[in-house]
Design a protein around this ligand. Structure first.
Ligand SMILES: NC(=O)c1ccc[n+]([C@@H]2O[C@H](COP(=O)([O-])OP(=O)(O)OC[C@H]3O[C@@H](n4cnc5c(N)ncnc54)[C@H](O)[C@@H]3O)[C@@H](O)[C@H]2O)c1
Length: 255
């Protein structure tokens, strides 16, 4: 079943992990995917994978913390496609751990995790309106965006902002036929998971992961494909009555 046939979808940070899996899944569902990432080579590898599988995609280098570059991507989408059906604000970083954070570390985390999603949404609205009522925004928040993380207060601050912003957007843009939802992943096996657990000097990443997995009712890590399946649902008309929802993809962590 191709639920995204003829749709145009932009995914940020789509060169790896869940973003990559989402790009492959959206393309398999029929969407033309704009695979954007800070790492242009990674974005190209993903578009090559999509093309090899019979789908269509375009690679774009995009550092989401660069607002001028972000704006340019939407100007380019306007010129190239004239419409956008799905905006998947996926980019994010763990940021510094603890509370001893410098202003520079604070700004970097906020720019990439939060400011980027705000402005991408603002820039996308005129294009999404043209796709209504088939328009959908998906935000990647985190379980740390609904319960506080003692390890990552800065990350919780940013992802909590994403979760509430998603709800505000659902209320504001719902009447325009644009849906807005968030995914709350936890413990998904990607390079970022190791980065997350490896922030403190001398951290034993594998034992920290194993300790965390013990808190997860399903007792394992999740896969990027499991997240992509949910993202494809939220992007599609199967979710036509779903907006303002924060969907936990956490193996039951928040239960
Ligand atoms: N992995 C997890 O368990 C987990 C849990 C909760 C939330 N998340 C969220 O998922 C998202 C990404 O995680 P992942 O696990 O798929 O990561 P990943 O490590 O597989 O990929 C991260 C990608 O982000 C790109 N990137 C980094 N900085 C960027 C920037 N400034 N602009 C554009 N792209 C940039 C990298 O080049 C890389 O391709 C983040 O928002 C993260 O907070 C992950």
């Amino acid at each position: 079943m191709k639920r995204l046939e003829g749709r145009i979808a932009l995914i940020t940070a789509a060169g790896s992990g869940m973003g990559r899996a989402g790009a492959l899944r959206f393309a398999a569902e029929g969407a033309h995917v704009i695979v954007s990432d800070l790492d242009e080579t990674a974005a190209r590898v993903v578009t090559d994978e999509i093309t090899a599988a019979g789908g269509t995609a375009t690679a774009r280098r995009l550092d989401v913390s660069d607002l001028e570059a972000l704006r340019e991507v939407f100007d380019w989408i306007e010129a190239e496609f004239g419409i956008l059906h799905v905006l998947y604000n996926h980019a994010g970083i763990p940021g510094a751990s603890g509370l001893e954070v410098t202003p520079e570390q604070y700004e970097k985390a906020m720019d990439i995790n939060l400011r980027s999603a705000f402005f991408a949404t603002q820039y996308a609205v005129p294009l999404l309106k043209k796709a209504a009522p088939h328009a959908s925004i998906i935000f990647t928040s985190s379980t740390s965006g609904v319960v506080g993380s003692p390890f990552s207060p800065l990350y919780s601050l940013a992802k909590g902002g994403i979760t509430v912003f998603m709800k505000a957007v659902a209320k504001r843009l719902g009447p325009e036929g644009i849906r807005s939802n968030a995914i709350l992943p936890a413990m998904i096996e990607t390079p970022m998971l190791s980065e997350f657990f490896g922030r403190d000097a001398g951290a034993d990443i594998e034992s920290l992961k194993a300790d965390f997995a013990k808190k997860v009712p399903l007792a394992r890590a999740g896969s990027p494909d499991e997240v992509a399946a949910a993202a494809a649902f939220l992007a599609s008309d199967d979710a036509s009555w779903v907006t303002g929802t924060a969907l936990a993809l956490d193996g039951g962590l928040l239960a």
